[in-house]
Design a protein around this ligand. Structure first.
Ligand code: CAA
Length: 261
């Protein structure tokens, strides 16, 4: 396992725990951190022993306070486009790694931080978390997918209000508009994320991963193509040992013992 300067990574019983670690800059995403996250995601995607990934930020203040403003301050339009594409590619990779990813949002999730949380499958917020897309206050637009994932997640009208005002919202409001799945006390954030990961890990992993692929594929296409894809992955499940185990456990009135094969 590679070690990184700005990203901590630990595995524990099937959970891959990523902690973004630039607390002095509120975990802002600079090129080095993004490059490291990119490499780590490649490692995780190929590691069958990792069933669920949790991402959080180090320190008690921020999840991620956005892309690194100091690094962006003097870049050219072409460099800006390249930086945007780089971040987008990493967040697309995160969204599409086989394993489910839970964002444990422990504080500020602004700009690229909100965009990072939105590229995860499930978002749990601490009661201290704050969300927003402050980019128009800096003279730019969100560049790591925010103009696209925010309306898909919370609807066009609410997304436009957040994007145009650069308003910061608290966890309650984020929950109310569907930006996060739930809110928990700050002290319970990681234990709640781990409990959720364990619940997912108790299910048939190939089926969980195919659900992720089917939702992601379907949300980017029309209903007819999406359900056609679903039929294919539904059929594929019948090639797995876990389908046989899951169904024979049900018929035999016992708990399934999945082998993840
Ligand atoms: N980039 C670089 N450094 C940042 C940063 C960022 N996004 N956010 C915070 N920091 C740094 C600060 O410069 C400060 O560093 P120093 O101690 O060296 O001065 C340190 O982190 C602590 O921050 P503050 O002193 O500002 O802390 P605060 O508690 O007063 O405020 C905050 C917290 C409201 C989150 C404030 O830091 C802030 O507004 N940060 C910027 C948020 C932002 O605009 N994010 C969007 C970035 S653009 C983007 O993300 C584009 C994209 O879509 C890809």
């Amino acid at each position: 396992m590679t070690t990184y300067n700005n990203v901590l990574y630990q595995t524990d019983n099937g959970i891959g725990m990523i902690t973004l670690n630039r607390p002095k800059a509120l975990n802002a995403l600079n090129s080095e951190l993004l490059t490291e996250l990119n490499g780590l995601l490649d490692e995780i995607a190929q590691d069958d022993s990792v069933k669920v990934v949790i991402i959080t930020g180090s320190g008690d203040k921020a999840f991620v306070a956005g892309a690194d403003i100091a690094e962006m301050q003097n870049i050219s339009p072409l460099e800006g486009r390249a930086f945007g594409k780089f971040g987008q590619a990493i967040f697309n990779k995160l969204e599409n790694i086989p394993q489910p990813v839970i964002a444990a949002v422990n504080g500020f999730a602004l700009g690229g931080g909100c965009e990072l949380a939105m590229a995860c499958d499930i978002r749990i917020a601490s009661d201290k978390a704050k969300f927003g897309q402050p980019e128009v206050g800096l003279g730019i637009v969100p560049g790591f997918g925010g103009t696209q994932r925010l309306p898909r997640l919370i609807g066009k009208g609410r997304a436009k209000e957040l994007l145009y005002t650069a308003d910061m919202i608290n966890a309650e409001e984020a929950y109310r508009i569907g930006l996060v799945n739930r809110i928990v006390a700050a002290e319970e954030l990681l234990s709640t994320a781990k409990e959720l990961a364990e619940k997912i890990m108790a299910r048939a992993q190939a089926a969980v991963q195919l659900c992720k692929a089917a939702v992601n594929t379907g949300m980017d296409t029309d209903l007819e193509s999406g359900i056609a894809y679903e039929a294919e992955v539904f059929g594929l499940c019948f090639a797995s040992a876990d389908q046989k185990e899951g169904m024979s456990a049900f018929i035999g009135k016992r708990k399934p013992n999945f082998s993840n094969k």
